[in-house]
Design a protein around this ligand. Structure first.
Ligand code: GLC
Length: 619
């Protein structure tokens, strides 16, 4: 932790204008920010399918342009010159979206989408009295705000009045802040979100080591804390410092893979809700985004387009048997790629990166749609699988033994509807239903429209299992007995139907609401919000609930948990303003299915996955 790095953040005039010169020592350490010309042209449609044959070369590494100090670091005029172009493109994007609307009956008020340069926080079309519960929630959310050098930069995870040992709950978690950010944005308060995005961006370039090993440069911390420390030799004087946790102090030393993905998703949401696209156009924001993408897209030993991660690398941040290719990470990865594709500045230095993103998007959606989806028909197929097939065109590609179909699933899977399984590895399908991952496959259109509808049908059908007394189960069912002992390592916090092991997490409501609005089923979200509303305030906004039907406040649940509070508020506002909700999700992108570099389609020897993907849509 280099103190010079820290102190430069703390400036009295934190207005984040780009024309400000950076302190020299910072420039020396961060010369990656220099010499990059901001050539803003966010016409994501025009480059969306420009698949390059040299994608594999990973030449998008050349974002580290070594510039001199004479190079103007931030070209603000270029951004301004291109404003008109940008707006036109954005509108084109909108028209396109309407064309391919997947049938959701979102009530989009087109007039409210105009005026892209100004704040887009509009009066609610559904004016209503703010309830006492909402007022209380707002009060608590504001109390959770953390200031850094006098400016709001985030919200702490929880302020439990009775908690004597907050552990790291007094920190600002990247993932926990997302619903807070949306609540503030939807209310028209953008500064806290902008500050958060820019400060976390600075933390990304922190020099970090875990036992003398340095993780990749694009890594975003799981959380950070603002500390006030006395200044050496200056009696009575102190300064604020930001202290990030990249996993080096986290319980289990888990890598926060989801942080960077959430960060990208939030940058886009900021632009969409406020209409202020200048943030995403900034050179440092563009560079931060590229560093995250570099980490995610770098070549490894992988045979699949999915991201390979360790256990505990996302919301479930301790051992729960989700190492490998967990759905949650894949769905957030896909969403972050879709965001980046819209936001990345296109020039010679990024064209390979853009091509790599396009390739990955289509390969990933094909893979998840084809291999993670289960419904009655698919489970019956697996039940009759032959094993040990050695062939490129094997039916049972992952050598799944039919015995793996768990007993609970045989009776549980409904006649209609289905879901994406939690994980897929050689000879292993994790059939548990993971809520966050399934919701984000809907929100990002990682699933086909039919599959996305199927997930909501399943949630509706299995309401008493997945929602029960408190929305929503983090996963279903719980691991019990020997399986719990082996998979969790005997974790006393993750006992059956508690915490990550089948506990109910009210924060998931905002994502459920978004998915329901997208699929034209807001009534389902209203039902869940009403359930939560009845209990959350009385129970003091717990972090999670325990038991099979979510009846008890969680054994070790913090009270006044911020993302519970913010998730509830965000849901309420999204339901009030479905037209704003519609800026936060995506429809199917048919262009992604058009081009292919694999050449398989032409040779006819094997099926090209993209052609198959196209037929998935038609089905
Ligand atoms: C727990 C949760 C994690 C969350 C953190 C702070 O560790 O598992 O997802 O970010 O608490 O609320």
């Amino acid at each position: 932790m280099i103190s010079t790095n820290r102190s430069i953040f703390c400036r009295s005039d934190l207005n984040w204008t780009q024309s400000e010169p950076f302190p020299t020592n910072w420039l020396e350490k961060n010369n990656r920010f220099l010499g990059i010309i901001a050539n803003v042209a966010s016409n994501f449609r025009s480059h969306s399918t420009s698949v390059e044959s040299q994608v594999k070369e990973n030449s998008f590494e050349n974002i580290f342009i070594q510039g001199g100090f004479n190079v103007k670091p931030l070209v603000i005029e270029t951004i301004e010159e291109n404003q008109d172009l940008l707006r036109t493109d954005d509108r084109k994007g909108k028209e396109y979206k309407v064309e391919i609307n997947d049938g959701s009956n979102v009530n989009i008020d087109e007039s409210s989408s105009e005026g892209l340069s100004g704040p887009r926080i509009l009066k609610s079309t559904h004016e209503r009295e703010v309830s006492e519960v909402e007022k209380e929630a707002w009060k608590l959310l504001r109390e959770a705000v953390v200031n850094y050098c006098g400016n709001p930069v985030g919200t702490v995870a929880a302020i439990d009045p009775a908690d004597k040992q907050p552990l790291n709950y007094d920190q600002v978690f990247i993932r926990d802040f997302v619903p807070s950010a949306l609540a503030f944005l939807l209310k028209g308060e953008r500064d806290i979100v902008k500050n958060f995005l820019l400060h976390t961006l600075q933390l990304q370039s922190w020099e970090k080591t875990v036992d003398c090993y340095s993780p990749g440069q694009g890594l975003m911390p799981a959380s950070f804390k603002v500390r006030n420390v006395p200044l050496d030799g200056r009696d009575g004087e102190s300064e604020d410092v930001l202290d990030p946790d990249f996993g080096e102090s986290a319980i289990g030393r888990v890598a926060p893979v989801d942080s960077g993905l959430w960060w990208i998703i939030l940058v886009r949401a900021y632009g969409k809700i406020t209409g202020d696209y200048s943030l995403q156009e900034r050179v440092d924001v563009q560079t931060g985004m590229r560093l995250i993408l570099n980490l995610c897209l770098s070549d490894g030993f992988d045979m699949f387009p999915t991201l390979l991660v360790t256990d505990g690398s996302c919301m479930i941040d301790r051992r729960m048997g989700i190492h490998g290719h967990p759905l949650e990470i894949q769905a957030l990865f896909y969403s972050a790629l879709r965001c980046s594709r819209e936001m990345l500045t296109v020039d010679d230095s990024t064209k390979n990166l853009v091509a790599a993103i396009n390739n990955r998007l289509s390969a990933l959606s094909f893979h998840i749609r084809e291999y993670y989806w289960v419904d009655m028909k698919k489970i019956n197929e697996i039940y009759r699988y032959k094993t040990e097939e050695y062939a490129t065109d094997a039916t049972n590609k992952f050598n799944i033994y039919p015995d793996q179909i768990p007993h609970w699933l045989v009776d549980w899977i409904p006649e209609t509807g289905g879901y994406f399984i939690g994980n897929l590895q050689p000879a292993h399908m994790d059939f548990r239903f993971f809520t966050l991952g399934n919701l984000w496959t809907i929100i990002s259109s990682l699933g086909t429209n039919k599959q996305n509808e199927g997930i909501l049908n399943l949630i509706d059908d299995k309401w008493s299992d997945l929602v029960a007394q408190m929305p929503l189960k983090i996963c279903f069912p719980a691991l019990e007995h020997e399986e719990w002992r082996i998979v969790t390592g005997g974790d006393p916090k993750n006992t059956p139907w508690s915490y990550h092991n089948g506990g109910s997490w009210p924060t998931l409501i905002w994502q459920f609401t978004l998915a329901c609005i997208k699929m034209g089923r807001p009534e389902l979200a209203r039902k869940a919000v009403a359930l939560a509303e009845n209990k959350l305030s009385v129970d003091q906004w717990p972090e999670y609930y325990d038991t099979r039907y979510g009846r008890f406040i969680g054994k070790q649940a913090r009270l006044h948990q911020t993302w519970t509070i913010a998730g509830y508020l965000t849901s309420k506002m999204l339901l009030d303003r479905p037209e704003l909700a519609s800026t936060l999700f995506w429809n199917e992108d048919y262009e992604l299915l058009e081009n292919c570099v694999c050449g398989l389609g032409k040779s006819g020897r094997r099926k090209c996955s993209r052609l198959v993907a196209r037929s998935q849509i038609a089905a």
